[in-house]
Design a protein around this ligand. Structure first.
Ligand code: ATP
Length: 324
């Protein structure tokens, strides 16, 4: 494992350990030699292009798809071993596409899944309340919106109080308030020591909410770490945005910055709203700020923006792209 992957370094067996995990479908290598450790109590994000192998990786970790080679250990125990059923009982899974029966009510649906999972039926009503469906529990699912179905799917994943949660695009169809509530409940679970693996294509949503993440492409992990460690690994430039008093000041500022010739400084003038954006290598941040202070009263405001997860994803270039 790379040293700079932001691993928390907590003791004990990792919640999940993958060793050389691969899955071959005919001539397609859907997952290709993945090594990974996720620590207990981590919220771990998995991102990547369509078909990168995220769901297949999830299904192998859940024991739903047999690996072609490699090994999955859950809390130090192999998922394929004799205690498979006991291990599975400690896992919660929200699949990408939840299959639900339209004629059952929300409560009946949860009770059905509780029976399958061997969980107490008394958990169902409190779980409906937890996901904001208390008032809809007796309505048939054919009357549920997409977001309500997704919330019910989340409640289903929480049945039995799992210590490990696998959530495949859980915020799909949720409105902004529901997304916020959903991530708050993930934080609460994390504080109780629950480990959460989550996939999403909405990178801005994951950026501030995961402890670490892996970027997958073509079945492989291309980058791994905290968002900050990925910024450092990639040496991703910062964005500095200057607001100036007039168009003439924009010109003055860009000439001043140009004259200093700091290497790698990308200048973009937006004269129409008196802004100047710089893409600035990290090591020149202080020099660029020192230059900005020379602008005196011409400078009205200054913002420093760290590269977003989306910037980092696209910064990987071909390594993050879907094979043609
Ligand atoms: N049962 C299967 N049989 C054959 N190929 C499969 C099977 N399941 C997945 N694949 C292929 O494996 C690759 C990885 O698929 P997977 O669903 O894991 O990707 P993903 O990263 O979850 O994609 P998405 O973001 O679109 O959900 C894809 O090329 C897919 O077509």
């Amino acid at each position: 494992m790379p040293a700079n992957d932001g691993t928390s370094g907590k003791g004990g067996s990792p919640a999940i350990e993958l060793r050389g995990l691969s899955k071959q479908y005919g001539s397609l290598r859907a997952v290709d030699g993945v090594d990974l450790r996720v620590q207990r109590g981590e919220i771990f994000g998995l991102i990547g292009h369509n078909g990168a192998g995220k769901s297949t990786l999830f299904k192998m970790m859940l024991g739903l798809v047999a690996p072609s080679s490699g090994e999955v250990l859950i809390q130090g125990r192999p998922i394929s071993g004799g205690d498979f059923r006991a291990i599975r009982r400690g896992l919660g899974y929200l699949p990408e596409n939840v299959v639900l029966y339209d004629n059952l009510s929300g409560l009946e649906t949860l009770q059905f899944f509780a029976r399958l999972k061997g969980a107490a039926a008394t958990q169902c009503q409190p779980l409906l309340e937890q996901v904001g469906l208390a008032d809809a529990g007796h309505r048939p699912l054919r009357e549920y919106s997409k977001g309500m179905r997704q919330r019910l799917g989340f409640a289903q994943a929480l049945l039995g109080g799992p210590q490990l949660l696998f959530l495949d695009e859980p915020s799909n169809g949720l409105d902004p308030q529901a997304i916020r509530d959903f991530y708050r409940s993930l934080q609460a679970l994390r504080e109780q020591g629950v480990t959460v693996l989550i996939t999403s294509h909405i990178l801005a949503e994951l950026q501030e909410r995961v402890d670490r993440l892996a970027i997958m492409a073509a079945g492989r992990i291309q980058a791994l770490g905290t968002v900050q460690s990925l910024r450092e690994q990639q040496q991703a430039p910062l964005h500095i945005e200057l607001s100036l008093a007039s168009e003439a000041d924009v010109l003055f500022a860009s000439q001043l910055l140009d004259k200093q010739g700091l290497p790698g400084l990308g200048l973009q003038q937006r004269a129409q709203d008196c802004r100047l954006s710089l893409s600035c290598p990290r090591e020149h941040k202080m020099a660029a700020l020192a230059l900005a202070t020379q602008l005196g009263s011409r400078l009205l405001d200054l913002k420093i923006l760290e590269p977003s997860l989306e910037d980092l994803f696209f910064g990987l270039g071909d390594a993050a792209r879907r094979p043609a």
